[in-house]
Design a protein around this ligand. Structure first.
Ligand SMILES: [Cu+2]
Length: 98
């Protein structure tokens, strides 16, 4: 899709708005079980094979997730079993090994 000069600023404004809503780890947020398939440190992302995420209505799958802080990736490696929490933008706000 080609973005017009009108939709571009709107899209940027929308993304900024979503960022403003992102907040600290919610103690009530769903803990999701997963397995690290890859660590994409240069992209600030991690590839996770995850179980059902009820709150997002997402079935089990393998996908890339962005982490809130790239430092969260430093102790993770392929094969690690983890638990993680997502914020409303589907960014990992908390992840740790089980
Ligand atoms: Cu997924």
């Amino acid at each position: 899709m080609k973005l017009t000069t009108l939709t571009k600023p709107l899209l940027v404004a929308c993304l900024l708005g979503l960022n403003a809503i992102a907040h600290a780890a919610d103690p009530n947020a769903e803990m999701v079980q997963g397995e690290v398939k890859n660590v994409l440190a240069d992209q600030g992302k991690v590839t996770l094979k995850h179980g059902l995420i009820k709150s997002m209505k997402m079935p089990p799958m393998t996908m890339n997730y962005k982490v809130k802080d790239p430092a969260m990736l430093k102790d993770l490696q392929k094969g690690d079993h983890v638990e993680f929490q997502l914020d409303s933008d589907m960014v990992i706000e908390d992840i740790h090994k089980k």
